[in-house]
Design a protein around this ligand. Structure first.
Ligand code: CU
Ligand code: CU
Length: 566
């Protein structure tokens, strides 16, 4: 263990308390959904103490969320938030839920177990633009399954009952869902029709012509087209019968693999001493026209890396068939120019930039402070197409990322060993000239928690919103960053457990910050104003959400939607 690693408080505590590390204790360790959460009661005092020592922050105003609602003002009235449909996946609830912000009603909902999915952990989603979402809109919702259901501390017999196998209980479904003006209809499982099963982030292209998805257990990212909606018939027809129309096609798929410089060394040395990332173009079987990557096929680790779960991998605590080759490719975000996309590589805190015209990697942004910001890609084979990127070292892992709506900036979270957000100038037409220019930091972001998590931008582009995660039972916060100075100008603290993604209303008025309670805790939506940064209150929201989106009504809304940011 290096000096750095010994400074990590939470997981170190777990290791000490866990005498024999076997599968059962591992599940218990991961059981909180965030690594420290299972031992949250013991950990939180340590974190609070460290916060007190650092003064808890810089020049900002903390808002006492607990006081909202004390005089009835903490309940935003429906109708005041604009004419929008707010869509969220219910994670362990197994479906998706569309709320009509104008009327307060649930517009429609869907639960995937109804269609024969034995373990639908509705994970991330993104919606295509629709001029009138009340008449119809389409979205893509990834699911996890398999052993992922076992990491939340549920005393469940689901595995013993045989529900996690075969392929329909293993997750990694990509559900295309259409709301037809009356009800939601499952129109396609893209994993079934293409053979590519992915369970994590989904992002629509900035022109709305398709979507990308990825999976950090498999290290695979794929780019899909958007076929026309099938001629829909209703519930009494089997799914395979309903969708007789054209189905989704894979435009391109890439696999990634980490090759540490010292393959015989410790797990930590495997990443932190550097090595190379290998990107390979994946091809489908000639005979079937399908990829062979459904369900758990291709998993290198047995369940996903929860936030900060990279620690479990590099300390050998997350089992699987090939954790040493894991790079954690769990997301794709798109540059607003609609040509370049970034593959998020968690174990390297890096983003591999893909040219979607040539379908080739161009360069890799590398996030850690003190590391070179832009690394070269070298093509090493054409059979199959293979590229390599050399990493002199890796100073920390990273995660959620995004481009500003004007395409001028990119940021990604540096986590655990470093806890900050590198900001890149991405205004040059050539990504090889994109430069790391500064870091968003906070005096409270020390150690592994609290840590910057998800991000999005205000419609007027003057602000970036960042959810900041603390392990349960603590409540997380959301902070506002000025995009001229990249300094934090406001904090809303103590909002709720597990703050996930944010969505902005496209009229520039409100920010909707979902908090999940996906571990059966409280859940809801915290609302604040985009311009004056005033807390407005909480919206009820059933289920344990992990993501959310306001359904775009114009294509250009995608620049502020689940397309450019996670
Ligand atoms: Cu997630
Ligand atoms: Cu992720």
């Amino acid at each position: 263990m290096t000096d750095d690693a010994s400074r990590i408080r939470g997981p170190e505590l777990i290791v000490k308390k866990t005498r024999a590390v076997n599968r059962r204790t591992l599940l218990a360790v991961a059981g909180g959904g965030i690594i420290a959460a299972a031992l949250g009661d013991r950990l939180w005092p340590l974190i609070r103490e460290s916060r007190a020592q650092t003064g808890g922050g810089s020049v900002n105003i903390a808002v006492d969320i607990g006081r909202l609602g004390a005089n009835n003002s903490g309940k935003p009235g429906f109708g005041t938030l604009g004419d929008y449909i707010f869509l969220s996946p219910t994670k362990l609830g197994g479906g998706a839920h569309a709320q009509d912000l104008a009327t307060g009603k649930t517009l429609a909902w869907i639960e995937y177990w109804n269609y024969g999915d034995a373990c639908p952990i509705a994970h991330h989603l993104a919606a295509y633009p629709s001029a009138d979402p009340r008449k119809g809109f389409e979205f893509v919702n990834s699911t996890q399954g398999g052993d992922n259901i076992l990491i939340y501390g549920l005393p469940t017999d689901i595995k013993a009952h045989g529900m996690l196998d075969p392929v329909w209980g293993q997750g990694n479904h990509l559900y295309r869902v259409h709301y037809d003006g009356q009800q939601m209809n499952l129109i396609e499982d893209v994993a079934e029709t293409t053979g590519v099963g992915l369970g994590v982030h989904t992002t629509i292209y900035p022109d709305g012509t398709g979507f990308a998805s990825a999976d950090g257990q498999k290290d695979i990212a794929a780019f899909f087209d958007r076929p026309p909606l099938p001629q829909l018939r209703k519930d009494d027809v089997a799914l395979g019968e309903i969708n007789k129309g054209q189905k989704t096609k894979v435009l391109m798929a890439f696999g990634a693999e980490w090759i540490g410089r010292n393959p015989g060394g410790s797990m930590e040395a495997n990443w932190f001493n550097g090595g190379k990332l290998r990107i390979t173009r994946l091809t489908k079987a000639r005979e079937t026209g399908l990829y062979d990557l459904r369900g758990s096929k291709g998993n290198k680790i047995d369940w996903e890396m929860v936030p900060m779960g990279e620690y479990l991998v590099y300390t050998g605590q997350l089992p699987g068939s090939s954790p040493r080759t894991l790079c954690g490719l769990d997301a794709v975000v798109h540059h607003p120019g609609n040509r370049y996309s970034a593959l998020v590589i968690r174990m390297c805190s890096s983003a591999v930039i893909i040219d979607r015209q040539a379908w080739e990697p161009v360069c890799a942004l590398h996030g850690p402070e003190g590391s070179p910001g832009n690394l070269a890609v070298k093509k090493v084979s054409s059979n199959p197409d293979t590229w390599e990127i050399e990493y002199p070292d890796i100073k920390c892992v990273g995660h959620e990322a995004g481009f500003s709506p004007d395409g001028k900036f990119f940021t990604m979270m540096n986590n655990i060993r470093q806890n900050n957000m590198p900001v890149y100038d991405t205004s040059d037409a050539d990504p090889r000239n994109w430069k790391k220019i500064t870091f968003v930091k906070d005096a409270a972001w020390v150690g592994d928690y609290p840590s910057p998590f998800h991000l999005c931008f205000s419609m007027d582009r003057t602000k970036m919103f960042v959810s900041v995660l603390s392990p349960k039972p603590a409540k997380s916060s959301v902070v506002v960053v000025d995009t001229a100075t990249w300094k934090i100008i406001k904090k809303f603290e103590n909002v709720g457990p597990d703050l996930q993604t944010m969505a902005v209303t496209y009229d520039g008025k409100y920010v909707l910050q979902i908090f999940s309670g996906f571990q059966r805790l409280e859940s809801g939506v915290f609302v604040f104003t985009q311009d004056t940064l005033e807390p407005v209150g909480f919206l009820p929201n059933f289920g344990g959400h992990h993501d959310c989106v306001v359904v775009p009504t114009r294509t250009e809304h995608l620049l502020n939607s689940r397309s450019t940011t996670l």
